[in-house]
Design a protein around this ligand. Sequence first.
Ligand code: THU
Length: 136
Amino acid sequence: MATDSELVNAAIEAMNKAYAPYSKFHVGAAILDEDGQIHCGANVENAAYPIGHCAEASAISAMIMAGRRRIVKIAVAGGNGEDGLLCTPCGGCRQRIREFAAADVPVLVADPNGLQARFTLEDLLPESFGPENLDS
Ligand code: THU
């Protein structure tokens, strides 16, 4: 099973592959799945700004295309590593992660210098709505 630092390094590598010519804000995400595999993604922007993809969405797509369905840990890397601001997942991506992750799943937040903070999904998205709400 990947260590936290391996997952963070994978997110930083993904960040370095981002296509972000408009915001110039590079983000990478690395998902550890229930099988121990890592799936990465980066933000992919577009000249039609609203249709750009976040890094977390790209990593979730990679996981799904690998045939996996559960996130057991996720690392997100972004920011310049100088201003002290954390690149926590945006609101939409918290909900995207929620679809495939339990409340106690660790969300590791990194910048180019490495791991900066650790949350659970519940910390970031309390009292959330998810797939179970539709089971009945
Ligand atoms: N971005 C992500 O990829 N993930 C987040 O959780 C926050 C924002 C991207 C979207 C856009 O390409 C750039 O960062 C600036 O918002």
